[in-house]
Design a protein around this ligand. Structure first.
Ligand code: TRP
Length: 337
């Protein structure tokens, strides 16, 4: 039997809901990968508390994100979805890795620099500083060959590789060196109200962001009120026509048609036609994900059982890696433990 290669990734449970950018940029990619990999997908709640969080909202966001993973197509019989805080080895390995990380090395992380600048660097917590080291622990515990992430996470994967190599060098071969798996030119999803900005939960207008929890009416309305460009021609040209190009990209990923096919189909039509059809397509593809999410959230017992199963499976691997690390650094084994 050929053993499937392992991959692992995760998203934070913050915000109101996953949006179209998370769905297309990460989730759909994960769903494709699970076919041929032994895939682990986390909800990184430990990372979420590096920024101020309301406890009740965090709990709810964690459940909702888990439900959206599954509703979006992560199959718990094939993959291992789990909540990071259910596997205590993440925090335990992070501590050991922190002792192997240089202050300067951590201070160079651009995501830390951006986020701490936003908080005002005096107020930024130490957790924000050590965030990438926890991420390294998330990954190294599972010995994956690859980590599917966006371009923005490349630096954290580089740090992970450096820490793994350093540990292996100091203490003997322990960790597999993971590769970043960054989609070649995965469809980037832009803000519907500002098609030059990436769709993001921190957008200035909520109308620019399609949430996976939006009602059919809202989905249609957001698409129909999307900002378009001067002129009338439906053509993919992000520099000149960012609005229409972005709608064409969304159409292409949701509908499985190529951009040239769509350009041909809409050659004699107007912006309004494209929007009406795309609104219909988005309702047809995202509506069922929203409804399945709601079903899962209405039966928390089922969701909790799935997550408990995922965590138990994750712990098998995580605990064996951590035990090896503890032994290698020289911790005294607990008697009877
Ligand atoms: N930092 C990642 C992000 O912001 C989330 C994350 C945490 C992650 N741990 C991970 C991604 C491990 C991949 C693997 O998107």
């Amino acid at each position: 039997m050929v053993v499937a290669e392992r991959v692992l990734s995760g998203m934070q449970p913050t915000g109101d809901s996953l949006h179209l950018g998370n769905y297309v940029g990460a989730l759909l990619n994960w769903v494709r990968m699970q076919e041929q990999h032994d895939a682990y997908f986390m909800i990184v709640d430990l990372h979420a508390i590096t920024m101020p969080q309301d406890p009740a909202a965090l709990r709810e966001a964690t459940r909702r994100t888990a439900a959206q993973y599954i509703a979006g197509g992560i199959d718990p019989d094939r993959s291992t979805p789990f909540v990071q805080s259910h596997v205590p080895e993440h925090a335990q390995l992070a501590w050991v890795l922190m002792t192997q990380t240089g202050m300067g090395e951590a201070a160079r992380m651009t995501q830390f620099k951006d986020k701490s600048a936003k908080e005002g660097s005096e107020h930024a917590g130490v957790g924000l500083f050590t965030y990438p080291i926890l991420q390294a622990a998330d990954i190294l515990l599972y010995q994956p060959y690859g980590v599917p992430v966006g371009e923005d996470q490349k630096q954290h994967i580089e740090l992970t590789r450096d820490l793994a190599q350093r540990f292996n060098h100091r203490f003997g071969e322990t960790f597999r060196i993971p590769k970043p798996l960054i989609p070649e030119q995965g469809a980037r999803i832009y803000d519907l109200q500002d098609p030059t900005a990436k769709m993001s939960k921190s957008a200035s207008s909520p109308n620019g962001v399609l949430l996976l929890t939006d009602t059919d009416k809202k989905i249609a309305k957001k698409i129909k009120s999307a900002v378009t460009d001067d002129g009338a021609e439906i053509r993919y040209d992000p520099a000149v026509k960012p609005g229409i190009s972005s709608l064409l990209s969304i159409y292409s990923v949701l509908g499985g048609k190529s951009i040239p096919e769509l350009e041909a189909e809409y050659a004699d039509k107007m912006y309004g036609h494209l929007k009406v059809d795309l609104a219909e397509l988005a309702v047809a593809t995202l509506g069922p994900v929203r409804d399945r999410t709601a079903e899962l959230l209405n039966d928390p017992g089922e969701l909790d059982t799935l997550l408990a199963k995922g965590a138990a499976k994750a712990r098998e691997t995580a605990s064996s890696t951590l035990a090896e690390v503890y032994q290698k650094v020289g911790f005294l084994p607990a008697a009877g433990g």
